[in-house]
Design a protein around this ligand. Sequence first.
Ligand SMILES: Nc1ncnc2c1ncn2[C@@H]1O[C@H](COP(=O)(O)OP(=O)(O)O)[C@@H](O)[C@H]1O
Ligand SMILES: [Mg+2]
Length: 166
Amino acid sequence: MSSEAENAWCMVLESTSEAETQALGHRIGAVFRGGEVVGLVGPLGAGKTQLAKGLATGLGVADSGQVNSPTFVLVNEYTGRLNIHHLDVYRLSGVAELEALGFDEMCSDGAVVIVEWADRVRPALGGDALWVELSPIGATRRRMALRTRCASIQERLIAAGLDPKE
Ligand SMILES: Nc1ncnc2c1ncn2[C@@H]1O[C@H](COP(=O)(O)OP(=O)(O)O)[C@@H](O)[C@H]1O
Ligand SMILES: [Mg+2]
């Protein structure tokens, strides 16, 4: 990880199944209050979309079946207790194209913003983003490194019992 999240606070979680990744996402999404920007990083098949499904149900989206990679539409919108903008920037040329989609407005309208392949537009996410780097470490094992400079998010994740050291 580099730039924005470099040297930031880090919490490492591990998942051994798709369901566990969704469950962890649910617990993370449950601590959001609106305005959070989440950058998901990791190779194809790492579990970014599975984690996004969990984040959405943690935000009160009843049907996680509607949460899919917005690879072609670029952005999906869901509504739970908060609105969610779910982006996949794999096909974007860079930050300028993201700005043209109205990204700044998405980040300032009180919704939660989830960005797959966020490392491709890293500077756009801002200094308070929550970065989640997913690394496959086996057929069904995933390491998830959560990094953020935002003290409030750090505190809420720990308060939710997500600290693996506890
Ligand atoms: N522990 C795990 N967490 C998440 N997905 C897993 C896990 N183990 C296996 N998988 C599989 O890996 C794939 C992840 O796909 P997806 O979430 O779409 O990845 P990405 O969005 O990063 O490309 C799914 O087919 C899922 O069933
Ligand atoms: Mg995906």
